[in-house]
Design a protein around this ligand. Structure first.
Ligand code: OGA
Ligand code: MN
Length: 292
């Protein structure tokens, strides 16, 4: 007798997020299941897959259904064991708890600010899949905001400021925000700043969203630096209203997958003495950001 499992999606918040059951991410995914997951992803923006006891190899293999895994361009954060894995962890790969002042934690700690992943690349990534291996009970929730809804709801005065404008996304801006490991010349040359439209259309859904990434945005076309910073702060404040935000309380072995083209995220602070180990894969970008 064979057991046919059906994939189900349960909404987690009125604005975005759905919990997906009925699929084992550690096994090959057939075309119908892939389509069900992908359709749910485009509809809900953030998918939570509970109870996925998968290895890094299986995590990367599942990611490949959606595209090419992005390799992070710095050797800190990237796993030494598997180059496709990006580690958000206060425990190193030799299992030692890292001191809160550790240079890697000063960098990953910036994920407490709203952003969308790898927006500093000419072709920003499609999405990210984060695996909670050791999760936090003192904080460490990951919060997501629906940037389609944010754009729709923006007051006309703000819409006017962002429509037809580009913002600069610079990986190097992290160094202006925190005292972190200086970039080598090779790292700088690998990631020159890029200018991206602040209002974009989604290449799959065709829907329009605001596109900013506050940790990387340092300049806005036609504005001086102070005005740019003020505008990004104002947009961020608007985007984080509870009506737009799903906050994920992790359980061990959750996989959370989000679309970086139409969401932003941040992590809430947690006790640095509490172990937290999260492994991320990232789906490499294929489409340029198209202005809407
Ligand atoms: C990320 C990120 C949030 C977290 O994985 O891209 O920003 O919960 N992390 O650690
Ligand atoms: Mn991130």
């Amino acid at each position: 007798m064979s057991v046919i499992q059906t994939i189900s999606a349960k909404k987690l918040h009125p604005a975005l997020g759905a919990e997906i059951r009925g699929i084992d991410l550690g096994r090959p995914v057939d075309a119908a299941s892939f389509k069900a997951v992908n359709d749910a992803w485009m509809e809900h923006l953030v998918l939570v897959f509970p109870e996925q006891h998968i290895s890094d190899e299986q995590h990367v293999a599942f990611t490949r259904y959606f595209g090419v895994p992005e390799i992070f361009h710095q050797d800190i954060i990237r796993s030494k064991r598997m180059k496709e894995i990006f580690r958000l962890a206060n425990v190193d790969e030799d299992n030692n708890l890292m001191p809160a002042k550790h240079i890697t934690l000063r960098q990953t700690g910036l994920a407490q600010m709203w952003h969308t992943d790898s927006s500093y690349r000419p072709l920003p990534c499609v999405g990210s899949l984060l695996h909670g291996l050791e999760i936090s009970r003192t904080g460490g929730q990951t919060r997501f905001t629906n940037m389609y809804r944010v754009y729709e709801a923006l007051p006309e005065s703000l819409k006017k400021k962002v429509r037809g404008r580009k913002a600069r996304h610079d990986f190097g801006n992290l160094h202006r925000l925190a005292d972190i490991k200086p970039l080598t010349e090779a790292e700088k040359a690998a990631m020159p700043p890029v200018w991206q439209p602040m209002v974009r259309s989604h290449p799959v859904t065709g829907r329009i969203s605001l596109y900013i990434s506050p940790i990387y945005n340092d300049q806005v076309e036609g504005m001086d630096d102070a005005a740019a910073v003020t505008l990004i702060a104002e947009l961020t404040e608007f985007a984080q209203q509870p009506g737009f935000v799903y906050s994920h309380q992790w359980e061990p072995n959750d996989i959370v997958m989000w679309d970086n083209r139409c969401t932003m995220h941040q992590v809430t602070p947690h006790d640095p003495m509490e172990r937290r180990v999260m492994h991320r894969t990232t789906i490499e970008g294929v489409d340029p950001v198209t202005a809407a």
